[in-house]
Design a protein around this ligand. Structure first.
Ligand code: ADP
Ligand code: MG
Length: 145
């Protein structure tokens, strides 16, 4: 499955996150890739709202992992600052990836060996010719038509 969407404001990206959060299922792992400021955290904020989470979501850049309880638990990773995959093992990532919550992983491209094969991969790109606030959002999932 591959889907390409376009958003023209942070609100629209947040709305897209909310829609996917509403549909999320226990055990799903999402990767979120794109440059700094691409909109990964904005997307996650909406996703959390879609899960019924009222808390304000910020990037766990220094803590690597934030957890929220909603309709199903949300495990929000930001692996930008980890230096190797072993560090994820120290955090015990498997307990979260292979459990009944839903995981969102910002900068998943830095831990390619750990991402489950059936992850839903979301990448966000700017295109300055289309304006400051334009984002192209590509959603891929292997093995899904
Ligand atoms: P990341 O987590 O990818 O580093 P953030 O989500 O923290 O990025 O920040 C994205 C920034 O880009 C925010 O300041 C947001 O207001 C801005 N922005 C502008 N247009 C968009 C858009 N279409 N989608 C998401 N964010 C946008
Ligand atoms: Mg972020």
């Amino acid at each position: 499955m591959i889907k390409i969407l376009e958003t023209f404001s942070p609100e629209e990206t947040e709305q897209l996150g909310e829609t996917l959060g509403r549909e999320a299922l226990p055990g799903q792992v999402f990767s979120l890739d794109g440059d700094l400021g691409a909109g990964k955290t904005v997307f996650t904020r909406g996703f959390a709202r879609g899960l019924g989470i009222m808390e304000h979501v910020t990037s766990p850049t220094f803590t690597i992992l934030n957890m929220y309880s909603g309709r199903i638990p949300l495990y929000h990773f930001d692996v930008y600052r980890i230096s190797c995959e072993e560090e994820m093992e120290e955090i015990g990532y498997e307990e979260y990836f292979y459990a009944d919550g839903v995981c969102l992983v910002e900068w998943a491209c830095l831990i390619p060996g750990l991402m489950p094969a059936d992850s839903i991969r979301i990448s966000m790109e700017r295109d300055l010719e289309k304006g400051e606030d334009y984002r192209r959002i590509t959603i891929r999932q292997e093995g899904r038509a």
